[in-house]
Design a protein around this ligand. Structure first.
Ligand SMILES: NC(=O)c1ccc[n+]([C@@H]2O[C@H](COP(=O)([O-])OP(=O)(O)OC[C@H]3O[C@@H](n4cnc5c(N)ncnc54)[C@H](O)[C@@H]3O)[C@@H](O)[C@H]2O)c1
Length: 319
C-alpha cells in the first residue's frame, strides 16, 4: 500500500515540485492550499492522477477538523509543512497575521501529528532566522538574530519542531532554505525571488533593477535540490539533529546574477540601480557541511545548470 503524505502549500512554487517528486516516488499525496500565492496550474499536469488529492483549505482556521474530515481515518505517514506567508515586508506590516500563518500553523500541524500518530513532520524554515549574521559562511551554530516577524516565526516554529521531537517522539525536521529558484516561481509580486523577477523582465527587455550597489551576495539553490533533499530524509526515514541549512555554499553577487541572466536570455535589458532597501541583508552564504554528512551527493545542480533550465521554462511561459 502506498504511503500517504500531506503537503501544506503544495500548490506553491516549492510545494508543487515536492508533489512531483512524491508522486514519482510512489507516495499518495494530499495537498492543502488556500491558493493565496499557489496556483492550480502548478499541479494541472497531474490531473486525473488518483494518487493526488488537492483541497482548497486555509490552514489558519480549523486545520484540525478540516484535515480530519478529508482523511476520514486514513493513516498519514508524514506531513510536509510548506504553507506560509512568504513576504518579509508583509510580515513587518502585519506581524499578528504573520504569527497566525507562519507560527501557529506549525504548532497545529505538530499537534495533529502527535494525536494521529504521524511519525514525520518536515518544516520549511528559512535563512531569515539568522538575520544579518556577521559570519562569512553561516553554519547552523551561528547565533540566530532574525530581523523580521517572518524570521522570528520561522525560528519559533523550529523550536516547536525540536520540542515535539524530544517530548513527543515525532521525527520533526526543519530545513533552512536559502534563496530557492527554478521553474514556477512567480515573478509577479515585488516580494518574489530576485531570479524570477530578473528572468521575467529580461525576457521582456525591461530594465533589471538592483537595489544598492549590487555587491550584496546570495546563496541560490535550485528547487530540485531542495526537494530531493526533503525526499531523501523522507525515504531514508532519517532522524534529524536540529535544523539543516539548504543552500549550495556558493555566493553570487546580484550584479553577477543580473549579467548572467541578460547573457543567457540574449536580452537587451539594462541594469539600473535604485537606493538600497533598509534592513536588507548584505551577505548570505550557507555552510552545508552538516547536511552533506548525511546527504552526501547534495547539491546536484550548479547555478548555471539550474539557471539554464529556468531560462527555458520562463521562455516557454512568456510565449
Ligand atoms: N522560495 C524561497 O527562496 C524560500 C526561502 C526560504 C524559505 N522558504 C519557505 O518555503 C516554503 C514554500 O515557499 P515558496 O517559495 O514555495 O512560496 P509560495 O508562496 O509559492 O508557496 C506557499 C504556499 O502556501 C500557500 N498558503 C499560504 N498561506 C496559506 C494558508 N493560510 N493556508 C493554506 N495554504 C496557504 C500558498 O497559496 C502557496 O501555495 C515557505 O514556507 C517559505 O517560507 C522559501
Amino acid at each position: 500500500m502506498k504511503k500517504l503524505v500531506v503537503v501544506t502549500g503544495g500548490a506553491g512554487f516549492i510545494g508543487s515540485h515536492t508533489v512531483d517528486y512524491l508522486l514519482k516516488n510512489k507516495y499518495q499525496v494530499i495537498v492543502l492550499d488556500d491558493f493565496s500565492t499557489g496556483r492550480r496550474e502548478n499541479l494541472e499536469h497531474h490531473s486525473g492522477n488518483p494518487d493526488l488529492e488537492v483541497y482548497e483549505v486555509n490552514i489558519v482556521t480549523r486545520l484540525w477538523s478540516k484535515l480530519s474530515a478529508i482523511l476520514n481515518d486514513r493513516p498519514v505517514h508524514s506531513i510536509i509543512h510548506l504553507a506560509a506567508q512568504t513576504a518579509v515586508v508583509q510580515s513587518v506590516a502585519d506581524p499578528i497575521q504573520d504569527v497566525k500563518v507562519n507560527y501557529s500553523t506549525t504548532i497545529e500541524v505538530l499537534e495533529f501529528a502527535k494525536i494521529n500518530n504521524i511519525k514525520s513532520v518536515f518544516f520549511a524554515s528559512s535563512a531569515a532566522v539568522y538575520g544579518d549574521c556577521s559570519d562569512e559562511l553561516i553554519s547552523e551554530k551561528a547565533q540566530c538574530q532574525p530581523l523580521s516577524p517572518y524570521g522570528i516565526n520561522k525560528l519559533g516554529s523550529e523550536m516547536y519542531m525540536e520540542y515535539y521531537k524530544k517530548v513527543h517522539n515525532i521525527n520533526a525536521t526543519s530545513f533552512r532554505f536559502f534563496n530557492v529558484f527554478g521553474p514556477r516561481q512567480d515573478p509577479m509580486s515585488s516580494y518574489s525571488g530576485v531570479i524570477s523577477i530578473f528572468f521575467d523582465r529580461a525576457l521582456k527587455n525591461k530594465d533589471l533593477v538592483i537595489f544598492g550597489d549590487g555587491q550584496q551576495t546570495r546563496d541560490f539553490v535550485y528547487v530540485e535540490d531542495v526537494v530531493q533533499n526533503i525526499l531523501f530524509f523522507l525515504n531514508e526515514n532519517m532522524s534529524s539533529v536540529g535544523a539543516y541549512n539548504v543552500g549550495t555554499s556558493t555566493k553570487t553577487t546580484i550584479t553577477e546574477l543580473a549579467e548572467f541572466i541578460i547573457e543567457m536570455t540574449g536580452s537587451k535589458s539594462k541594469i539600473i540601480h535604485k537606493e538600497s532597501r533598509p534592513g536588507e541583508i548584505i551577505h548570505s552564504q550557507a555552510s552545508i557541511e552538516k547536511l552533506k554528512k548525511i546527504n552526501k551527493t547534495f547539491p546536484n545542480y550548479a547555478l548555471e545548470n539550474g539557471l539554464q533550465i529556468t531560462t527555458d521554462w520562463f521562455r516557454e511561459a512568456t510565449i
